[in-house]
Design a protein. Structure first.
Length: 652
């Protein structure tokens, strides 16, 4: 047990003196007439004086009259009644003119006989605390308002859903009755009667479309939209409806042409949802293009995306209307006859459907000249090389309604990777593919439907695996087991300076486990995980590199920005303005350890509006004719100074 500490009077005085000197609170002693007998350093410093200069003064000598009167009133109360004033909060103005909040405590001071001879006061600056509490109250108020708005939004969505469903049945009955009359089953009709019924039929169809849009918005807002992925050749999807839209355009004397690639464009997507997006864009183009105008639908293939563009020579859209174009219930047409049709939900729904599938959608237009609408969808290279049997199996698995996990193993820049390994490349790829397949088969040995290699394209350095009928947790654990095995193989073959990265593509989440904990915005029957191996970093969502860049536009105007991600294939960056799609621009990059800036050429491949109704965009740029030297500089700089985000630690 520690012994008692004994302090003499001088030591006790020194401790109290230290308290007075260093405490950040204002401490003072007053006599019965309100004169300051002693103040600490903090008190004097706040007045711009020294402690000895304050002694003998009253509050009337220091503060404005109204302030001094209030303080004197409290002093008199304490010294007359003997009752302390505890933690009285006031707003005051310091000697330097700054407004603040203080908490003041005043207690009576007694002599040896017990008579009150003055008071002791302590004042503490609580401005930060008060601002925090005010901010907290405001936040709580906002939270309550947000909760009320969310509840209102939920009730609105529920109301729209109920009303829309209730309208479906009577509308179907009305449609059936009109069709019976038109088909003359209930008796013959003259031409005028047929014309009237045909108009009724057309308006019933339009009303049905409005109901479907309302139901879609309701599903999207409530998180009940379901995505049913399938393996689709986008060329075929476009061709299926081409005759219908060409006929629709021809009725207005508008020419519609399709520009499609020769090769198959096999994608994993929800064909019904994407068909709705295509229908919306083409229908709008025809609707807003005047007689003898032209429309072009063009499909382009990029490294990790495909892009469909619909260009028309129609009435165009004003620049100030473009940012709000994809907002709900937004109609920007100035033609009254067109404005009255529809609710302005089509483009809003199109945006949700595209972004739900990992794509981007945007528009460019000029009033009186025409419009260009684009959307992208993610592409898994290698799907176009599937044999018929594997393709049929994948389609069958996706059509069964169960969630399917698809793991793709991808060696980045496989040609260059192979050259660096010489004769080892084929052997390494076979070993990696075999190890991944063996790991999955062992892990899921009790699953009725065995895993199967979907892709085994040595030429492209890719192989893929189907995981049907497994849980999210099991898929995640299996993926990490593959990572461990692959690291062991690379170490055994003494292959160094190679990164292994794993990221989720559908949906865009950090990993399978987080998906179980977070409520999904959309239900989907497909999850895709990609494992990347390579010596160079590439444009992939889970890798990032920031470097300052300057963009030199065709007009010679310069824009300063910073990259979000960067590879030898391209980069993405944030921009306050939407640049023109396919515009050729020069990029000037300055790497930390490079003496000279690097000049490369590129073109805008895709654009994504960050916030609806605001001018803030994420833009993807693809390099053009990047020579080997510049590619090496980029790869060297990235490899040296960055750490990929979301790298999955092997061995854990």
């Amino acid at each position: 047990m520690a012994g008692k500490i004994k302090l003499n009077k001088q030591e006790q005085y020194n401790l109290l003196a230290d308290l007075m000197r260093y405490i950040p609170d204002v401490i003072y002693f007053k006599d019965r007439s309100g004169r300051l007998l002693l103040v600490n350093e903090t008190h004097a410093r706040g007045l711009g004086l020294k402690p000895q200069e304050v002694a003998g003064k009253t509050d009337f000598d220091i503060f404005p009259k109204q302030r001094a009167l209030a303080m004197a009133k409290d002093d008199q109360h304490v010294m007359t009644t003997g009752k302390a004033v505890i933690d009285k909060i006031e707003r005051s103005t310091r000697a330097d003119g700054v407004d603040n909040y203080v908490s003041t405590t005043k207690i009576p001071r007694y002599d040896e006989k017990g008579s009150i001879i003055g008071l002791i006061g302590i004042t503490r600056d609580i401005t930060r605390r008060m601002r925090y509490e005010q901010s907290k109250r405001k936040t709580q108020g906002l939270e309550k308002k947000l909760e009320a708005l969310e509840e209102l939004s939920r009730l609105k969505s529920e109301f729209i859903s109920i009303v829309s469903h209730e309208l479906r049945t009577p509308l179907a009955i009305i449609k059936e009755a009109v069709m019976l009359l038109l088909d003359e089953i209930a008796g013959g009709l003259n031409e005028k009667q047929k014309h009237i019924l045909q108009k009724a039929k057309d308006n019933i169809q339009r009303l049905k479309g409005i109901i479907e849009e309302l139901l879609d918005i309701s599903r999207i807002e409530s998180g009940k939209l379901k995505l049913h992925y399938s393996l689709v050749n986008l060329n075929d999807l476009l061709k299926e409806s081409a005759d219908f839209f060409k006929k629709l355009a021809a009725e207005k004397s508008v020419g519609l042409t399709y520009v499609l690639p020769q090769e198959e464009v096999n994608l994993l997507l929800d064909s019904d949802k994407i068909h709705r997006v295509i229908t919306n864009l083409l229908s709008n183009a025809i609707k807003f293009t005047e007689e003898y105008g032209s429309i072009k639908a063009e499909l382009k293939i990029f490294h990790d995306r495909v892009r469909l563009g619909v260009t028309d020579s129609g009435i165009g859209i004003a620049g100030e209307d473009l940012p709000k174009l994809f907002n709900k219930f937004s109609q920007v047409s100035k033609i009254s006859s067109i404005e009255r049709k529809g609710l302005g939900l089509g483009l809003s729904i199109a945006r949700e459907l595209v972004e739900a599938q990992g794509g981007e959608i945007w528009a460019e237009s000029k009033l009186g000249v025409g419009s260009k609408f684009y959307f992208t969808l993610p592409r898994l290279p290698g799907l176009e090389n599937l044999d018929k049997a594997t393709r049929d199996r994948l389609k069958a698995l996706l059509s069964r309604g169960r969630t399917l996990y698809f793991i793709q193993l991808n060696i980045i820049n496989y040609k260059e990777f192979s050259k660096s390994l010489n004769s080892q490349a084929k052997e390494l790829f076979s070993a990696l593919a075999f190890s991944a397949d063996k790991t999955l088969r062992a892990y899921f040995s009790k699953v009725k439907e065995k895993t199967q290699i979907v892709l085994a394209a040595r030429r492209y350095g890719q192989c893929g695996f189907i995981l049907p009928g497994v849980s999210e947790k099991a898929a995640e654990l299996a993926s990490r087991m593959i990572l461990r095995k692959l690291r062991i193989i690379l170490a055994a073959k003494k292959i160094k300076n190679v990164f292994i990265n794993m990221g989720a593509l559908y949906p865009e989440r950090e990993d399978f486990v987080s998906q179980a904990a977070v409520r999904q915005s959309f239900e989907a029957n497909l999850r895709v995980r990609k494992i990347c191996i390579g010596r160079q970093t590439r444009k992939f969502q889970r890798l990032a590199y920031k470097v300052d860049i300057q963009l030199v536009l065709p007009s010679a105007r310069r824009i300063s920005a910073s990259t979000i991600d960067l590879s030898s294939g391209g980069l993405s960056f944030y921009s306050p303005e939407a640049l023109k799609t396919d515009a050729h621009i020069e990029v000037v990059m300055r790497f930390p350890r490079e003496k000279e800036p690097l000049f490369v050429n590129g073109r805008i491949a895709w654009i994504k509006q960050i916030r609806q109704g605001e001018s803030q965009y994420k833009i993807g740029l693809e390099f053009i004719n990047l020579d080997a030297l510049k590619a090496r500089i980029i790869s060297r700089s990235i490899g040296k100074y960055i750490r990929p985000r979301k790298i999955c630690p092997v061995g854990k």
